[in-house]
Design a protein around this ligand. Structure first.
Ligand code: KIV
Length: 288
């Protein structure tokens, strides 16, 4: 059972300039659970946004296979390839973020065998990831153990695992029913322990009742990072496009902290209007 700090669980504000911010490492993420500092993670898929979210002071950048839905226009993440993930990891790496960069292993890149999972995790590390994430619990414990044996840091992911889209029948909240079948409550607790015992240094818990996420968090010694899992995890992750209002997923756990989608349409309309009425470009924006 993990020891719980009695200190208020607040996140440091990273008051200083980015130059003085130390590099976030795997050990420093582990220390955050021990000290009770909440972990802030967000996704990014390219150098420009990675630099911006890093400037904001996030602890971890997830190059998530959610790139498939929010960037590539797919309805789920199943079709995302390892080459695509490597490409996005390379772009994010070029921003040289202080945040820890986690690369997502896409569907089909680790399920076939333990050997396949190690080979493909190595390729994401060579592309610039500092850790990899994969979905599943007991079924991938051997894969996680093999990766961590070769010093590949691993983040687990249980609950609403988007790569299980077809098994779940869509993006459905998991863990509401007792039972040991995939996605059921007792199985998710078993999955969480399996991931920890296999050597993962953190665990994403997605789309489960907050009580279940809280129970798992209190029982594990590795940090849990929630998404749609309530406030009792050791940290939170959201998809960048959801945070910025660039997507329109009607999900309860999504919050727009900006409305860049609406602003993009409005700005493009203004630009287009000026092109059409001949006022763009004006003299001030022309060479002489
Ligand atoms: O791909 C992703 O962005 C994720 C998060 C939703 C945790 O896995």
């Amino acid at each position: 059972m993990a020891e719980q700090s009695s200190e208020p669980r607040q996140r440091d504000q990273h008051q200083g300039s980015d130059q003085v911010r130390p590099k976030v490492t795997v050990p420093s993420i582990s220390e955050m659970k021990a000290s009770g500092e909440l972990i802030g993670m967000i996704t990014a898929y390219d150098a420009a946004f990675a630099a911006l979210v890093d400037q904001a002071g996030v602890d971890m950048i997830l190059v998530g296979d959610s790139v498939g839905t929010v960037v590539q226009g797919r309805s789920n993440t199943v079709g995302v390839s390892l080459d695509e993930m490597s490409y996005h990891v390379r772009m994010v790496r070029r921003a040289e973020p202080k945040a820890l960069v986690v690369g997502d292993l896409p569907f089909g890149s680790y399920q076939v065998s333990v050997e396949q999972s190690v080979v493909n995790a190595v390729s994401l590390l060579k592309a610039g990831a500092e850790a990899v994430k994969l979905e599943g619990g007991v079924t991938v414990a051997d894969h996680i153990a093999a990766m961590t044996r070769f010093d590949i840091p691993v983040v687990g992911h249980i609950g609403l695992t988007p790569q299980s889209y077809h098994r779940m029948g869509g993006h459905k909240v998991q863990g509401r029913m007792r039972g040991t079948d995939a996605g059921q409550r007792d199985r998710l607790i078993e999955d969480a322990f399996a991931v920890e015992q296999a050597g993962a240094f953190a665990l994403v818990i997605e789309g489960v009742p907050r009580e279940l996420a809280g129970e798992i968090t209190s029982k594990l010694s590795i940090p849990t990072i929630g998404i749609g899992a309530g406030p009792d995890c050791d940290g939170q992750v959201l998809v960048l496009h959801d945070v910025l209002g660039l997507s329109d997923m009607p999900l309860k756990f999504i919050k727009h902290y900006a409305e860049l989608g609406a602003q993009t349409v409005a700005a493009t309309r203004r630009y287009l209007a000026e092109v059409k009425d001949g006022t763009w470009p004006d003299d001030a924006h022309s060479y002489h």
